[in-house]
Design a binder for this molecule. Sequence first.
Ligand SMILES: [Zn+2]
Length: 434
Amino acid sequence: MDLKHIEYLSPDAWNQWHTELLQSTLNRAYDRVSFYRKNMDDAGITPEDINSASDMAKLPFTFRRDLSDNYPYGLFSVPLRDIVRIHTLRSGQINPIALGHTRTDLKNRQQLTARFLSSCGVEQEDIVQICLDPGMALHGLDMREGAELIGALVIPPDPVSPDTRVKVMVDFKSTVLITTPSHGLFLMNKIREMEIPLASINLKRVIFLGEAISQQERERFQKELGTSTRIAYGIFEAAGPAMAGECHCHCGLHMAIDQIFPEIVDPETGAPLAEGQTGELVITTLRARANPLIRFRTGDITTLTKETCDCGRTTWRIAPISGQTDQVVLIRGVRISPEQIDNILEQAAGTAVEFLMVTKDWNHLRQMEVMVGITDALFSGCLPELHQWIRRVEELILNQLGIPCRISPVQPSSIRPFIQAGRRIISWEEWTRR
Ligand SMILES: [Zn+2]
């Protein structure tokens, strides 16, 4: 079926589509992936018990941790010879996450991204500039391949300075910019700083990934750059950055429900929530061959509506992500959890370390500083040694999580009140107010 037409199926046709594809996904996962078989056996159900989408709630969840625990091949449902690409993601655990793709998986992913970009008005004549941090390299690659399928000219996220990115944007007359909201705002300020006239900017569309953006900030792009904006949402673990995306109506993000079956659950109890209620997005892949995911907890908070959009598409829509469930912070599109920082600090110190993550926005770029409680185990009295250790931790964080981060030694007593109150991530304002 034409991938564009599929966005307009009737509710009955969607129902049939989901029932058939969920059954085939569950059968494959049960037969070929021992992790899923065990999960289902433990829950006392078999794929035959799932006769419709409403039965999905009977199935156990899959968590991010399960992906790294089953590294390297544990979740593959095809033989290695059928896998043509493996992406590895940082998990913050000892094992990374390994995601396999068959030739069909790659084709589906590329077509899905191209479908979203087409819906944003991207055409063969466009010059698509992608400006993403290294932590979002995989989303950058997906966007590049999607734009290339359309036949657009692509400028991938090369490691050049922000000034050079702006210069390239002007000199090559980029018409589409794909970036995170924070980096987009940063570039917009650069354009103003460099006193580049609006007439030299040819952008017709800015596509945002990875972070939330306010209406006010979106309007700034319209006003200052004369460009409209769209939001896309996706997770690295499935379908890529175009798993959901806005149409021209700007009333929610159309989920690619031909490839993904979404549910909204109560983040605390895991109970399914009714349409329109706010909760955690849970997804099941419908067409992934190498790495099917069953009821995967994304950790992202949103709502879901099944109403037909004014644009005519019948694909269900989610609201822009309003936050994350557990204590996770998004730094330039990369999820960072206290558990990840804890592992890195322990790795560097050889012992458990008290710390507090403090986030601050500088020039629209979200930064993270880690306040580390300095004890005798870390500081023997030799300052150069302590500085060397701090630099090492900063390098480990950059290498393992893909974001720059500052480590600041502090008195343990200054961070303990927060830790004792169950807080691991606070804002800079809270930190300075203490
Ligand atoms: Zn629409």
